[in-house]
Design a binder for this molecule. Structure first.
Ligand SMILES: *Cc1c(COP(=O)(O)O)cnc(C)c1O
Length: 355
């Protein structure tokens, strides 16, 4: 037992992949963290076990009604060899916010943080070394009660798995082509848009497949009511630099409160840039592109940190952003955050937690 966590170590350690072979989400480490919830007893039986399959009754509630959610954050091996998590407390808070929205019992924030630090510490040899690589942490919460009635479950499973991941941009930051959709919507006010709910991902697949079929990397979602205001792109938040102002949609309940979004806004404000969290319509963006005031567009999220957007297509019109190249500010945000993550830029904001 450490920190109230029972640890059963694996007796058959897996061979570790080469850093240069890493992709995203294909390899998993030797151990996983698990904890159960039972109504009347609370969260209990925190444990680390060898990584392996779960056994679930076919009647398990999550398989039928999608009471399921997750988080995603990363551990980095700095140039000094130390391992650090990027803003884990923010991810803990969001995990519990999502849980509330899905009627899943929240977990003591200290317990969540310990589940991540203890597991990463145990599997620390799995944190890759090559620049751009990291260890992705995937905490997940599911309704585990075998029951087909429609109501919040009385039993839950919280588990955490770890996956060494490769550099998102092995050949430098490549601007992506985005399709603005008005045929499908991702979320509506009063819905689950601000939750990291698994169901939001299921709901996004159809539009994403259509966009891919037409040669685009991602979908840019508009608001679910007017199909006019920008929401977010794929699994990232979106930002614009228009007439030297950094603009991003506000957190009004239909988009995810990204930790990367928050970090970029903090930097922009620190650097004295004009920053607005406000409604921005697709017409304003398209007009800005035509008039030359649209300077840069980028997505923000844990996986890519920053993803420059080089082209937008809406209602049959295509506009190219910054000549299809990464913008100056986009690059600066990327370099600064990545520098802090790998310990090459001083962490003056208390973003990193050393393990
Ligand atoms: C996770 C996620 C993001 C990005 O959040 P980060 O905390 O920056 O990783 C944005 N949009 C959606 C829909 C997400 O699920």
């Amino acid at each position: 037992m450490t920190n109230g966590i029972t640890i059963t170590r694996t007796t058959t350690a897996k061979p570790k992949p080469k850093d240069s072979d890493l992709a995203f989400g294909t390899e998993f480490t030797d151990h996983m963290f698990l904890m159960d919830y039972e109504e009347g007893k609370g969260w209990k039986d925190a444990r680390i076990e060898p990584y392996g399959p779960l056994s679930l009754d076919p009647a398990t509630a999550v398989l039928h009604y999608a009471q399921s959610m997750f988080e995603g954050l990363k551990a980095f091996r700095g140039q000094d060899g130390k391992i650090r998590l990027f803003r884990p407390q923010k991810h803990v808070a969001r995990l519990n916010r999502t849980a509330q929205l899905l009627c899943i019992p929240t977990i003591d924030p200290d317990v969540v943080l310990k589940s991540w630090t203890t597991l990463v510490d145990l599997d620390r040899e799995w944190v890759p070394r090559m620049v751009g690589t990291s260890l992705y942490i995937r905490p997940t919460l599911i309704a585990s009660e075998p029951f087909l009635g429609v109501r919040p479950a009385k039993q839950y499973l919280y588990f955490v798995i770890l996956s060494p991941v490769g550099a998102y941009y092995p050949e430098g930051l490549n601007p992506v082509k985005i399709m603005v959709v008005d045929k499908y919507v991702r979320a509506v006010p009063g819905g689950l848009g601000e939750a990291k709910a698994s169901a939001n991902y299921a709901a996004s697949l159809y539009a994403a497949e259509e966009a891919k079929h037409e040669g685009f990397t991602q979908v840019l979602w508009l608001d679910g009511v007017h199909r006019k205001h920008i929401e977010e792109v794929g699994t990232m938040n979106i930002m614009f630099r228009i007439a030297d102002e950094v603009v991003t949609p506000p957190l009004h309940g239909t988009i995810l409160a990204g930790v990367t979004r928050d970090s970029v806004l903090a930097l922009a404000r620190e650097w004295g840039l004009r920053v607005s969290e406000r409604e921005i319509s697709i017409d304003e963006v398209m007009d800005g592109a035509k008039q030359g005031t649209l300077q840069e567009v980028w997505g923000t999220g844990t996986a890519a940190v920053i993803s420059p957007v080089g082209e937008l297509a809406y209602k049959g019109q295509r506009v190219v952003v910054n000549g299809g190249r990464i913008g100056e500010l986009t690059q600066k945000f990327y370099d600064t955050i990545v520098g802090v993550q790998y310990g090459t830029t001083p962490d003056t904001r208390g973003w990193m937690l050393e393990i």
